[in-house]
Structure formats: C-alpha cells, structure tokens
Design a protein around this ligand. Structure first.
Ligand code: TPP
Length: 587
C-alpha cells in the first residue's frame, strides 16, 4: 500500500493549526470519536469538552470573535441539530467558525440506503444535516472519499475565511484515518474585491473592461460626493460599525478618524472596533440608547459618516425606519455606499476609505476640529452603602475595568444603556451577539473568548439568559479559566416585560409582572459548589452582592485571585431598570 504522512484527520488538524487555532470545542459521539482522538495527538491543539453542542458552538463563536477564527467538532444529527442555533448566530453576525461534524461510515450509509437499516442519530438517508445547515453556512462539504478531502477541506475553509461566516465539514467516520495528500501552502481569505490597481489596468485596456470601469466610477463618484459633504460640514460625526470588526478591518475606522479628525460614535455592533479611550471617541449612538455624552454631538451633527455600520433594529433601537433627520448621511457598508438617495454598488469599505481620504487630500481638507474633545470622566462610584441596582452596578464596574478585561455582554435589559455604555479601553474588547440575540450565548462565548492571551473575561448576563447555558462554568473551572460571571438577578425576564408592558416599572407601581416573565429563584452562588465539585481545584469562587461595598469587595477579591473563576450574584430589585430605559417607562 502506498503510505502517506497525512490522513484526513491530520490534514484537517494541520489546516486548523495553520490558521492559529489552538483550541477546539467538542462533545464526543461515536461518529466523531476518532477525530477527537486525532486532535488529542496534536501537541498544538487543545480539546475542550463542552456540556452540550449548543454551548460548544457558542464557545467557538466567542473564540472566533476574539481570536479571528474558531472551530467546533460534534456528532451528526443530535449534535449538529443542537449546535445549529449557535452556528446560525455566527452566520448572521459574520463570525468565521469551522464546524466539523462526524457522521456514519460509507458502509453504514450504503446499508441504510440499500438494506433499510436506520442508524442512530439519522433522520433519514438524505443529506439531512446539509439541508439544515445550508442556510447558515457558506460551504458544506461531506467527505466520503479521503482522496477528495484536501480539496474539500480547503474549499470550505477558504469560503469561511473569505466571507467571514461558518462552514461545515462533515466527515464519514471511515475517512479520518485514511491517507490523503499533504496540505500545500497556507489557506488565506480571498479579498472580497479586486485590487484598485487591477481595476485600473482592466479599465485602461482596449477595449476597456466595462465591469472594472463601472466599479472604478462608483468608487470615485462615491468618494467625491462624500468628500464634498465632509468639506462643507461644520459638525461632522463618524459612526463606526460592525464591518470594521469583520476580517480585522479596524484599521479602516482608525484611518478615517485619524484623517478626518472628527468625533466618532460607535454602533452597538461596532462597539470597541477602536479602543474607547481614543481621544475622538464620544460614545454610543444607538437610537433611544444613545449615550448622554454622544447625544449633543448627534443633535448638532450636520454630516454623519457611517463607516461599516449595518442598520439593524437593535443598532438603531426605538427609531423605526431609522430616521436620522435632515442631515447629510454617508453609509459605507456591505460593499455599498449610500449617500442620500444615491447608491454606489460594489464599493468595498477599503476602496471607499482609500478614495475618500485621497479626495480629501486633493481638496486640501483641513479638519474643522483641531483638538479632540475633553476626555470623559468615568461615572462616580455610588456611596458604598448604595443597594445594588443596574446603574449602581455599571457605574462601579466602569471604574474597575482595565485594558486586560474583555467584556462579554448578554442580550437583555442590561445591554442597552448598561453594558453598551461601559468604556472599553481595548480594541475588540466588547463582544455581544447583538443581531441574532440568542439568550444563553454569553456564558459559553465567555469561555471561548477566554482563550486569548493577556485577557480576563468579564461576562455580564441576566438571570434568565444564564439559566440556558450556565453548565459551561464547570468547563471553565476544569480548565482553570480566569473568567468572572456577573449574574444580574432580578428574578424576571425583564426586557420581555419592558417591551410587552412597562407599567410595572413606573414609580410606585404595584402592577404585577406577566406570569410568563417570572423566574424560579435560584441560589446562584451555590451553583459554583456543584459546578466545581466544591471547589476541587481551589480556583472557583462565588459571592452575593447586595451593595456597592459588596461589589467593591468582590473586585478586590478578583484582583487578588487573577487565576480564578468567579460567579457573582448581583441582587437587583425586580422593578429596577437602567436609567437609559426611562423613555420607555415614562418615568
Ligand atoms: C434563545 C432565546 N430564547 C428567547 C429569547 C427571547 N428573549 C429575549 S431577552 C429574554 C429575557 C432575558 O432575561 P434575562 O436574561 O433575565 O435578562 P433581563 O431582561 O432581565 O435583563 C428573552 C426570553 C431569545 N432572545 N433567545
């Protein structure tokens, strides 16, 4: 037999290692066990066993948000369907996750098809996992022939990197240990646009390539129109969005702010695309949840320059139809530029920013602002005996966050005007699943993100969301992770109540909560005993917080135990809400 140094399993693990992936989130299954065995032979790969596949997918998502690309390895059917929600979130939010799914062997499939034997975890003999995953992956490859595995694996991974969205690689269990060709070169994402120089060459040839000319015209015209508006503006504001975090495009946001020298705000999805101690940063712009500091800049703004902002309902909260008012507005995102009624297609953010800055330079642009605004003061820590409330919690946390801290924020009442107003002094230091908004994402995502050097993850999660996926704390303890989880305990699904009927939140209200929004109280700190088997390794702590003093004590403990995992129960009155929600309550 011809021998090869590589098998399908080692080919795939080599590709993952080349991408800088050192951790894979997994749940075993008999169709996948050989793959996990292969992972365990790789000294550069760390296999994390999660409590369930949904958590594994969320963890790979959190890892990818922080590290660039992540991987999860699960079994077919039961595992793949459990993970589907996590993969869907990654798809919607443009997070590159490689999803490896082990499935039955060729022999079993044939006996299923020909002899009518149904194997466990199978829905039927069709490609049922592929059908389920088709909407939430940019590539789905089923590997049934080891000889085609290299090309299939490479195609899936390149699609994942290029489109910054998940791919699935389904491997039949008889293939893992089969030989295949060795990997050639490294896999990189293909640029989503043709280079400017090539467009120019193509447009200058005879006859000119009309498509290249069309794109060049769109780039130039959008840049000129934007330049004209910016030159005229007295109070321009730059609005940084999610496109700047995708595929590491943060440098484009930086280039725009540095050259234009205007105050910038961030969208919820783009929060921390630039570190928020940047001198030109003035806060969050998110419809009704615009931060108080950003508000006057937005009110006076006569030219809004949107750099990579996606318009979603949670990004423009409470502004139906997204009315920004009668001002010049430039939106560059999703390979398009929109200025007023004009749309320019196939204009990548990079081409637009490059051309815009060149146009400004050509027109001798002088920034209207010569110096950045006064740096903000952090909110004062409330008096020590102040009972816990949303605002007391966030104002205190704001004073303790360091550039080492990476905040993973869950969706809920606390996100808007709570986590979203925290000052994050670290690029990409704030993760939130703010479009897909699947509650339960944050705790496993915090685990995933914690595999980042020089990082302490602070996870801020409502009690309702916590209940979905909190078992992953046991994985954190098992792997000695230094993660802090703050459970905002108000015994309710508060945001659901707020959106349904805000009257229980009115001053002095005795209006009962909707029964569906009331939670069974849990003894949260005790959970740490269970998840850590009574603190077996001495690295698991929990605490109850009722006052600001209690919270400051916890931070002291956290700082003294840099390598421990903390579960902190923050007791908040059920009728409390972040002050930023007052417009909704009508108080
Ligand atoms: C998987 C999933 N199920 C249900 C919802 C609907 N949902 C959105 S927020 C929320 C309540 C969150 O409650 P909690 O975590 O306690 O936070 P709070 O609103 O009290 O701050 C629910 C049920 C969702 N977004 N995702």
């Amino acid at each position: 037999m011809e021998t090869s140094l590589f098998t399908v399993g080692t080919y795939l693990t080599t590709r993952l290692e080349q991408l800088g992936i050192d951790t894979i989130f997994t749940v075993p299954g008999d169709y996948t066990s050989d793959m996990l065995e292969i992972i365990d032979t790789r000294s550069n790969l760390n296999r994390i066993g999660n409590c369930n596949e949904l958590n594994a997918a969320y963890a790979a998502d959190g890892y990818a948000r922080s590290r660039g690309v992540g991987a999860v390895c699960i079994t077919t059917g039961v595992g793949a369907f459990s993970a589907l929600n996590g993969i869907a979130g990654a798809y919607v939010e443009q997070i590159p996750v490689i999803c490896i799914i082990g499935t039955l062997s060729n022999t079993k499939l044939q006996s299923e098809k020909n002899a009518g034997v149904l194997y466990h975890h199978q829905v039927n003999t069709t490609d049922f996992v592929k059908h389920a995953y088709e909407e939430v992956t940019v590539a789905f490859e089923r590997i049934m022939n080891p000889n085609t595995a290299p090309a299939q694996i490479d195609a899936a991974i390149v699609a994942c990197l290029t489109q910054s969205r998940p791919c699935a690689i389904e491997i039949m269990e008889d293939c893992y240990y089969m030989p295949c060709d060795a990997p050639v070169g490294n896999l990189v994402s293909a640029p989503s646009y043709t280079s400017y120089d090539n467009l120019l060459l193509l447009s200058q040839q005879t006859p000119p390539n009309i498509y290249a000319s069309q794109i060049l015209t769109a780039i130039q015209a959008s840049a000129n129109q934007a330049c004209e508006l910016i030159m005229k503006a007295k109070n321009p504001v730059i609005w940084i969005g999610k496109d700047c975090n995708v595929n590491m495009r943060n440098y484009l946001a930086d280039a725009a702010v540095t050259y234009i020298q205007a105050p910038f705000v961030s969208s919820l999805l783009g929060k921390s695309a630039l570190a928020e101690n940047h001198p030109w940063y003035v806060g969050m712009y998110d419809g009704k949840f615009t931060s108080p500091r950003a508000q006057p800049y937005i009110s006076n703004c006569d030219c809004l320059i949107g750099v990579g902002v996606w318009n979603t309902d949670l990004n423009t909260f409470g502004n139906p139809g997204f009315e920004i008012g009668n001002i010049a507005a430039i939106y560059a995102a999703n390979d398009m530029v929109k200025i007023g009624e004009d749309m320019y297609m196939q204009v990548s953010l990079k081409h637009f920013i490059d051309a815009l800055l060149a146009a400004l330079q050509k027109n001798n642009y002088t920034p209207i602002n010569q110096t950045p605004p006064q740096p903000p003061a952090l909110p004062p820590i409330p008096p020590a005996n102040t009972p816990m409330s949303y605002d007391a919690f966030f104002n205190t946390v704001d004073n303790y966050l360091t550039p080492q801290d990476l905040v993973v924020a869950e969706i809920g009442l606390s996100t808007f005007g709570g986590s979203s107003f925290l000052q994050i002094n670290r690029m990409n230091g704030f993760l939130c699943q703010a479009i897909w908004a699947s509650i339960g994402w944050s705790v496993p995502a915090a685990l995933g993100a914690s595999f980042t050097n020089q990082t302490r993850v602070m996870c801020i999660v409502g009690d309702g969301a916590f209940k979905l996926t909190c078992q992953e704390i046991s994985t954190m303890v098992m792997h000695n992770k230094n993660i802090v989880i703050f459970v905002l305990n108000n015994n309710t699904y508060a945001v659901e109540q707020m959106l349904l009927n805000a009257s229980p939140y009115k001053h002095g209200s005795t209006t009962p909560f909707e029964a569906a929004n009331i939670l069974q109280p849990w003894d949260y700190p005790s959970l740490m005993n269970a998840f850590s088997n009574r603190n077996a390794g001495g690295n698991a702590y929990s605490a109850n917080v009722n006052t600001v003093q209690d919270l400051m004590n916890v931070f002291q403990q956290i700082n003294q135990n840099q390598n421990a995992c903390f579960l902190v129960n923050i007791n908040i009155g059920e009728r409390d809400y972040p002050a930023a929600w007052a417009w909704k309550v009508g108080n």
